[in-house]
Design a protein around this ligand. Structure first.
Ligand SMILES: [Zn+2]
Length: 390
């Protein structure tokens, strides 16, 4: 064994990488390993190419070395309860036109120009150029609500930020936004007690699906049922408990902590209320999930500080500009005031994903993501380390 390979083994042990996930799991104490195996199916496989020598220069230039491409390790992970699945191969981030975020580089001038060019849009004057809800508007220090013109649900609001620049974000804005969203839901429920399922969504920039540049989030408050992917998580919690007797979200927390994938350090979260992790079955790049257990549905504010920390590190260390955030949790009480036992134990959740280079021409989601598995080029272990160092 030469010195180089000894060093690489040592660095694997101190800082695991996603392509060594099976080895990281095998090194866990047996009771934690059993939890991992009960929650996730993990498959490591190798892909081999046999390139003609004429391709060598291009392969070396594109992927760093020809050798790196000849034998590629692919890690596939599936959550056995939600059936969310991801395929990891770091090499894919280096392929032409991948549209991956580029780390700590300066923003392309065109991005700044395109944001500036849209100054003076409708959201710059929300009072006169956006409709109010039937009950009026909710005003915060930095955020004001409007009623969405083209609705995705009966109650569908917009929380418009005071600044046009969608990247002008800070912790105070985050706290204000989540307070305004909760107050908006309360106002809706004063008129309509059947509206119970709150879902908050935030699309930042075009590549993340934002049709307007101006910083804003949206919220729906639905009757009768949650959105399908939220129900998928609730059903997973229920089936896991029925089959194993375990607490699904507590066991997820134990597994992510043991693997070194926690993004929150207990000392940075007040009274350990919120637990974050870099997902092994991310919807797209660098997914960070935040869970706040035992919270009432309107207490979104508990997520504000850890969500801001997540965005701050993602923007600063990974160069993330286009991103999605969703927040959801247990439903508000029924009209007679009763809780819903089916949602007992379901936490408040925030999910964040990086959508890649904001001006990339190709979509980052295609047939495999829509109908198969998420294809991921970032490393959850790297995400978790950066978030913990914050
Ligand atoms: Zn604007």
């Amino acid at each position: 064994m030469n010195i180089e390979s000894i060093e690489s083994i040592e660095s694997i042990e101190s800082s695991p990488t996603i392509d060594r996930l099976p080895e990281a799991i095998a090194a866990l104490p047996s009771h934690v390993r059993a939890l991992v195996d009960g929650l996730f199916q993990v498959v490591a496989t190798e892909g081999v190419i046999d390139p003609p020598t004429e391709m060598n220069d291009w392969l070396a230039k594109t992927f760093g070395s020809v050798e790196a491409t000849l034998h590629q390790r692919i890690i596939r992970v599936m959550n056995r309860w939600t059936f969310e699945s991801a395929t990891f191969n770091a090499l894919r981030s280096r392929r032409p036109g991948s549209g991956a975020t580029q780390g700590k580089q300066a923003d392309p001038p065109e991005l700044r120009e395109r944001i500036e060019r849209t100054q003076g849009d409708d959201f710059c004057q929300p009072q006169t150029r956006t409709p109010a809800d039937a009950f009026g508007r909710v005003r915060g220090e930095r955020t004001i609500t409007a009623s969405n013109v083209a609705k995705a649900d009966g109650w569908h609001g917009v929380a418009i930020f005071d600044q046009h620049d969608p990247l002008a974000l800070d912790g105070a804005l985050m706290a204000d936004l989540l307070d305004v969203v909760s107050r908006w839901a309360e106002r809706v429920r004063q008129q309509d007690t059947e509206a119970r399922y709150l879902f908050t969504l935030w699309n930042c920039l075009w590549r993340a699906g934002a049709s307007l540049v101006h910083g804003h989030a949206q919220m729906t408050l639905s009757h009768t049922m949650a959105h399908g992917r939220v129900e998928l998580w609730r059903a997973a919690m229920e089936r896991y408990h029925a089959a194993t007797g375990g607490d699904y979200f507590a066991d997820l927390r134990a597994v992510y902590t043991a693997l070194g994938l926690a993004t929150t350090a207990p000392e940075t979260v007040p009274e350990d209320t919120v637990f974050g992790f870099a997902s092994l079955t991310p919807a797209k790049e660098r997914e960070v999930t935040l869970l706040a257990a035992n919270q009432p549905p309107g207490n979104l504010s508990v997520l504000a500080a850890p969500l801001w920390r997540t965005l701050e590190v993602a923007m600063r260390d990974f160069g993330v500009r286009a991103f999605n955030v969703a927040m959801f949790g247990p439903p508000y009480s029924l009209p007679d005031g009763a809780g819903d036992p089916a949602w007992e134990g379901f936490p408040l959740v925030a999910r964040f994903v990086d959508r890649g280079a904001p001006l990339a021409q190709t979509a980052d989601i295609a047939a495999l993501e829509l109908f198969g598995s998420s294809v991921i080029s970032s490393d959850p272990f790297e995400v978790a380390r950066a978030m913990r160092q914050g």
